[in-house]
Ligand binder design. Structure first.
Ligand code: GRF
Length: 216
């Protein structure tokens, strides 16, 4: 039903729209599994390569948009890829996007296309240790603590307002795999909760990040 801006009908429409969540993934999809288990209003899963995340989505009966990164190579056409992904998500009337281990850096046009309602989970305590190899880098630096960060994604990789963070201890015998799994255990709780409050609150900036320490 069409309604004038500012009318109750328009507010309900905006609320409904931001609850139309897309999840983007490239990997094993265990964060996606947690988002599904949390009953978030996922309307589509976007993947950029063949991956387990796609199988998880299909098994859950969710629509999948496979926008293959390799179709835009050899010299990666980032703008073309981003435009194709935007178009694919718009077919599902997506209002909020959650990146969950999505391995393609998107062009700046992606973020305003979803009104800045794009979230990311990163396996480190941002702004420290940005980048795809954050877990490896934190271990190489000899840190004793790291963590998980949920933030609003912007055109700067692993940047943007922080919504929630939680510390994770590093043990002397940790490998990249054991540490990443300990961080993911936190991500699987922190990300669904933060996405839920982001979409319930209208995607407004929070009063600041929530901070807590893993109790182990
Ligand atoms: C997570 O640690 C996420 O923060 C990072 O990629 C990982 C995805 O894990 N960007 P999975 O594929 O969902 O298990």
């Amino acid at each position: 039903m069409a309604s004038a801006e500012g009318q109750p009908g328009a507010e309900a429409g905006a609320r409904e729209h931001r609850h139309r969540l897309a999840v983007l993934a490239s990997g094993t999809g265990t964060i996606l599994e947690a988002l599904i288990a949390a009953d978030l209003p996922i309307v589509v899963v976007g993947v950029d390569r063949p991956c387990r995340a796609r199988q998880i989505a299909e098994a859950a009966g969710l629509p999948v948009e496979f926008v293959a990164r390799q179709d835009f190579s050899p010299s990666f056409d980032r703008d073309g890829y981003t435009a194709a992904l935007i178009a694919a998500l718009r077919r599902h009337d997506v209002g909020t996007v959650a990146m969950a281990g999505f391995a393609t850096v998107l062009a700046p046009a992606f973020f305003p296309a979803f009104a800045g309602r794009v979230l990311n989970t990163h396996p480190a305590l941002l702004p420290a240790y940005k980048g795809w190899h954050a877990v490896r880098d934190v271990l190489a630096a000899g840190e004793t603590t790291t963590g998980s960060t949920v933030h609003v994604a912007t055109s700067e990789v692993d940047d943007g307002p922080i919504l929630a963070q939680q510390e994770v201890p590093i043990y002397p015998d940790d490998t990249e795999e054991t540490l990443h799994e300990r961080i993911k255990q936190v991500e699987r709780r922190l990300y669904p909760a933060t996405i839920r409050s982001f979409i319930e609150s209208g995607g407004a900036a929070t009063d600041g990040p929530t901070q807590s320490t893993i109790a182990e």
